[in-house]
Unconditional design. Structure first.
Lengths: 540, 186, 388
């Protein structure tokens, strides 16, 4: 790396604005205030840009480039909120047609450009990756020279350095040493660290706050690493698990190691009668029983014992009972189960009575379990009902024949054969909701609907996230860095004996107002005059 | 510290370039891997060539117990189906025929129903007069392990226990027979 | 208890109005440092603040949960935090001009809040967590501190923009002031029509072809798709909107814009010059550098608080309640945009020429983003997050 020698003897890298050691400004003709950014040190990358690698490095080490990347990301993120994103659509919506249906031409364009999936798109991820790269390279490029410069700075500064500080002033005094001593004592009281050389002083405090930005950048980098880690298989799981009341199911993602049973699901709403008077107005506005109060799934968690071949009955031991509520997930090992969704009133059983059409006499009721219906229902004394066919989700298919759409009992239909002492050969009836077909002509008996049983289901989300700790650390380090950098200030005061005058200059990286107040107190009982804010004068 | 100027400037320059290249490579590699996993890698649970996960089943009518691992040495067809699925219904007849034809040549066929009621499955079996082992996959446990999505999906497992072929959707009688031939034990 | 809390809010509102006049008076004496007017002004402000805290506590007791759970509660709390931030800044810097601007803006914010329904609503399950207290309050505090930079930025621009002729800058400064006036106009017409109990019911057909009812609280300039007015004698719509558009919200926006224009024109007519030019003499004595520094310091202090409250606490709570700490829903997204924007602000300050006026413009834009998140995202872009 090319270097040059300052008049004080120190070797600086080419591009240095202020000598690392004595502070002499390299541009001797300039008279404006010194740009104290990074102590005027040379950014490593500007020095030599011969190779391709160097060019790439230099590109990413520029703050301007970083700012541009952030602004583009910002705009992209804003565009992503114009219409709902693809994976936040209501579950019934079909992404292919939703945008055009809901939002017309604009929606179609939005979908076409790919903005409907902004945040999972490759170009958005690339933007975030670029911010990450920029964070790494910007920080590396500056932290080393800054550290060196702050370590190497000498007490006695070149006059050119002092005159071009924002806070600078000279005073003619009689007893220079005495006044400087007084100032020194006051500075110590204000917790400055003093270094002396030839009667000159460098008072410094809060240097650690200069490292704040680098600490917070490290925090962000760790956070981004945590985000990347989520894509590694096994680190992250996000699956839905529906369980019906009474059902025992293996928890997806746990490799059949854990099972869950839903004992009861209930939801409560705010009702005028049960709530305090203070809520009355709000409840009226939204509707009685319309504002949800609680969603709760009372479950039991089981652990499997021993080895298991899928398909076998597992040997289970109970781990614990738990009531899963919103904001109160069930946690075990690295997993967490959240209460997310629910279905109320799914058909679980239909009740029927066998009715004599003429007399109205009813036998039964018999209960048909819609998950697992029995074949034969013996009502004694020669009365028997057989289930001939069962369609949980009934419809007439393309051949005009009753069929089932799915395995879920959304719309149950049955073919019953009714045998009575009166009709020993049996009569067949097709029974569905609001439909009763008698294929053999008019029957003497019919199956009448006697009631339903329903069950509720809870929609749980199973979550495993091994990256959370890393993200937490990243976030914490970021906060430390940002507090370190923003809430403390690096302040330096130089007081020098220059040809019978006292020269005083002061610098802070933030909060000149506070520095000025502090200097007033430091110099109050001395004969040294307050340095002038040269920027204030110039800006007027 | 690497950036301290000790030694010649040429040495330092080379060293610096090396360090920078290394850092850039690490970042590109990490980001590249993330992109690859996210956009290209399929979320495959069981794929062609992998070992077919073991499972146990209780036959619907006979209540015999089978496991997949016991079938080693035989070619096994694992078919996932449901009574509501039209293509499944069309397949079943010739699946039955071909099962009869090849079962003495070292072929086994397990048809796993996607957790419907015993009543519906038994009725289907008797209506279609199916002769191969049928079992109800409770909670679709095995279906999930095999990563099955649409029905029907059929896995052809060779005698060494590895998945030779995965077919989603309905097959024709001819193709079904060809696939069987692929997993006939030698 | 509920009535009591409302009374305290009203008292604080009056205090802020009175304090504004005292700060105005203090400008005649000197622009910085202690003077009698300013001392009275800040004392009344503190009184108002204490009164508002009392409102907060009494409402908390009445509701059984921290009153930050809907739009009305949040915006009043935000106004309170703004007052707090102002009080702190005042004691550090003693720059009296800030009071003259900060208090009216806080008043506008609180008045805006009262347009929204303010009955006490019981908490829905997702809000039942102590994180409600932590996330929402810290985020509001962070935003309030950042808002101080908007205030100093605004004063900076009023002072420094050359008003001798019309330029892009004078235009945009007027635009910012026009926006503030529009908010005032909106508050005035909403309050007026609310007080008169204006209500017009429409039966209309939504985009799925289903009949629905829509209730208007402002006379309809634009009506809903295939709307039939069912309330007798009310104003008929001038134009019918396609089913895609929420006619009621559009109607409110149109009313606000026109009322804002009307109010703006009236003011212009009275003062006979641009509002920016009119205000300029009042702020001439203020030290621009100090304004710039306070603005920067506000961002420096507010940014970490906003990060903590608006992002970190938010993510922790989202993980617990919604299973994912980040879902890219509009409000989360705009919080991120706010954060990125202020990060840009802080980085641009490195360049000497970005300090001063450019910084002031950035501070104004930053506040606009915060307001967008508060108003547009909550009311227009729906999502998991809207509790309005």
């Amino acid at each position: 790396m090319e270097t040059f020698k300052c008049e004080c003897g120190h070797l600086n890298h080419v591009g240095t604005v202020i000598c690392e050691s004595c502070g002499k400004p390299q541009d001797e003709t300039a008279t404006d205030l010194l740009d104290m950014k990074y102590e005027g040190t040379a950014r490593r990358s500007i020095v030599n840009n011969q190779t391709f690698i160097d060019k790439v490095w230099m590109f990413f080490s520029s703050v301007k480039v970083a700012v541009v990347i952030i602004i583009i990301t910002l705009i992209a993120a804003a565009l992503g909120t114009i219409f709902p994103q693809r994976d936040l659509l209501p579950p019934t919506a079909d992404p292919a047609t939703y945008y055009q249906d809901e939002y017309g031409t604009f929606g179609k364009i939005y979908d076409f450009i790919g903005l409907d999936n902004t945040f999972n798109s490759w170009w958005f991820m690339l933007l975030v990756a670029s911010i990450g790269i920029s964070l790494v390279i910007c920080s590396l490029d500056r932290i080393v020279p800054l550290y060196k410069a702050l370590n190497k700075q000498t007490v006695t500064r070149h006059p050119g350095f002092l005159t071009r500080q924002r806070m600078f002033g000279t005073t003619k005094v009689e007893n220079i040493t005495e006044e400087i001593e007084k100032a020194k004592k006051n500075l110590i009281k204000k917790r400055y660290k003093i270094r002396e050389e030839n009667g000159n002083i460098l008072a410094e405090k809060g240097r650690f706050s200069r490292w704040g930005p680098y600490v917070n950048h490290i925090g962000l980098i760790i956070f981004l690493i945590g985000v990347m880690l989520r894509y590694v298989p096994g680190m992250y799981l996000d699956k839905a698990l529906w369980v019906q009341e009474g059902e025992l199911k293996p928890i997806v993602g746990t490799n059949q190691n854990y099972y869950i049973k839903l004992n009861d699901f209930h939801m409560e709403t705010y009702n005028k009668k049960t709530e305090g008077k203070v809520y009355e107005e709000a409840i009226e506005r939204f509707g009685n029983d319309k504002i949800p109060k609680n969603y709760q799934a009372d479950v039991t968690l089981y652990k499997r014992q021993g080895n298991l071949i899928p398909g076998e009955e597992p040997k289970l031991t109970k781990v614990k009972d738990y009531n899963i509520r919103v904001n109160e997930p069930l946690k075990f090992q690295h997993f967490a189960l959240y209460q997310v969704d629910y279905k109320i009133g799914e058909f679980s059983a239909f009740l029927f009575t066998l009715e004599d059409k003429k007399t109205g006499k009813k036998l039964g009721p018999l209960k048909v379990d819609l998950q697992n219906p029995k074949e034969v229902y013996d009502l004694k004394n020669g009365y028997k009902v057989e289930l001939r066919n069962y369609f949980p989700d009934f419809y007439f298919n393309s051949d005009g024949v009753p069929d089932t759409k799915t395995r879920k009992p959304n719309n149950p239909a049955f073919v019953f054969k009714m045998t009575t002492p009166e009709t020993p050969k049996g009569e067949v009836a097709f029974v569905a909701i609001k439909q009763n077909i008698e294929p053999d002509g008019v029957n003497k008996y019919k199956m009448t609907f006697a009631g339903i049983e329903t069950k509720d289901s809870t929609g749980l989300t199973v979550r495993k996230d091994l990256t959370l700790w890393l993200l937490g650390i990243g976030g914490t380090i970021f906060m430390i860095g940002v507090i370190q950098g923003m809430y403390w200030y690096h302040r330096r005061v130089w007081i020098q004996n220059q040809d019978g005058e006292i020269w005083i200059a002061a610098f802070t990286n933030k909060n000149y107002y506070g520095l000025k107040q502090e200097l007033k107190k430091v110099l109050g009982d001395t004969k040294i005059e307050l340095p002038i804010d040269q920027q204030s004068e110039k800006s007027v | 510290m690497i950036f301290l100027h000790m030694g010649g400037t040429a040495y330092m320059k080379k060293n610096r370039t090396l360090i920078r290249t290394l850092i850039l490579l690490i970042m590109v590699a990490a980001i590249g891997y993330t992109f690859y996993i996210n956009f290209f890698k399929e979320d495959e649970v069981v794929s062609k060539g992998s070992t077919a996960p073991n499972f146990a089943l209780t036959e619907l009518n006979s209540e015999d117990k089978f496991t997949l691992s016991e079938q080693k040495g035989k070619g096994v067809i694992v078919n996932f189906w449901g009574t509501w699925c039209e293509p499944c219904k069309r397949e079943m007849p010739f699946m039955n025929e071909l099962y009869q034809k090849y079962k003495d040549q070292g072929i086994e066929l397990f048809a796993l129903n996607a957790d419907e009621s015993e009543f519906s499955v038994k009725k289907f079996v008797s209506d279609y007069k199916l002769t191969f082992p049928i079992a109800i996959d409770k909670d679709q446990e095995i279906l999930n392990i095999y990563g099955v999505n649409p029905l029907p999906t059929t896995f052809f497992v060779s005698p060494d226990g590895k998945v030779k072929r995965i077919v989603t959707g309905q097959m024709t009688s001819t193709s079904f027979e060809n696939y069987i031939k692929e997993i006939l034990p030698k | 208890m509920y009535e009591l809390s409302s009374n305290f809010l009203f008292i604080s509102f009056i205090c802020y109005i009175v304090a504004t006049f005292f700060f105005g008076g203090s400008m005649k004496v000197n622009d910085q440092g202690p003077n009698r007017w300013a001392t009275i002004g800040i004392s009344i402000t503190i009184l108002g603040f204490l009164s508002q805290i009392t409102y907060f506590i009494t409402r908390w007791i009445a509701a059984g949960h921290a009153p930050v759970s809907n739009l009305f509660e949040f915006i009043t709390f935000f106004g309170m935090m703004l007052i707090l931030a102002f009080i702190l800044i005042h004691f550090i810097y003693r720059l009296n001009i800030i009071g003259l601007f900060a208090l009216p803006i806080a008043i506008i914010i609180i008045a805006y809040a009262t347009v929204f329904p303010h009955e006490i609503k019981p908490l829905v399950p997702s809000l039942k967590s102590y994180w409600l207290h932590i996330h929402v309050t810290t985020a509001a505090l962070g935003e309030a501190i950042l808002a101080i930079s908007f205030i100093t930025g605004l004063i900076y621009l009023i002072k420094n923009i050359n008003q001798s002729k019309s330029t892009k800058k004078t235009f945009w400064l007027e635009a910012v002031l026009y926006f503030l006036i529009t908010v005032v106009a909106f508050i005035l017409i909403s309050t007026a029509f609310n007080a008169s109990g204006y209500e017009a019911k429409y039966n209309w057909v939504n985009k799925d072809g289903v009949k629905e009812e829509m209730i208007y609280n402002l006379p309809s300039i634009v009506g809903p798709h295939k709307g039939e007015l069912t309330t007798e004698g009310k104003f008929e719509a001038l134009a019918e909107m396609p089913a895609l558009i929420n006619a009621k919200k559009l109607n409110t926006v149109i009313w606000s814009i026109f009322a804002g224009i009307a109010l703006y024109l009236v003011i212009r007519l009275i003062i006979r010059k641009r509002i920016g030019a009119f205000l300029q003499p009042f702020v001439q004595k203020v030290d621009s550098d100090l304004l710039d520094e306070i603005g920067y310091r506000a961002v420096a202090i507010g940014f970490p608080v906003f990060t903590l409250g608006g992002l970190i606490f938010a993510m922790i709570w989202a993980q617990i309640a919604w299973t994912r700490f980040w879902s890219w829903d509009p409000k989360e997204d705009w919080a991120l945009i706010t954060w990125l924007f202020y990060a840009v602000f802080l980085h641009l300050r490195f360049k000497r020429n970005w300090q001063g006026e450019k910084s002031a413009w950035l501070a104004v834009i930053g506040f606009a983003i915060i307001m967008f998140n508060l108003i547009a995202v909550n009311l227009i872009i729906a999502g998991l997050h809207s509790y309005a």
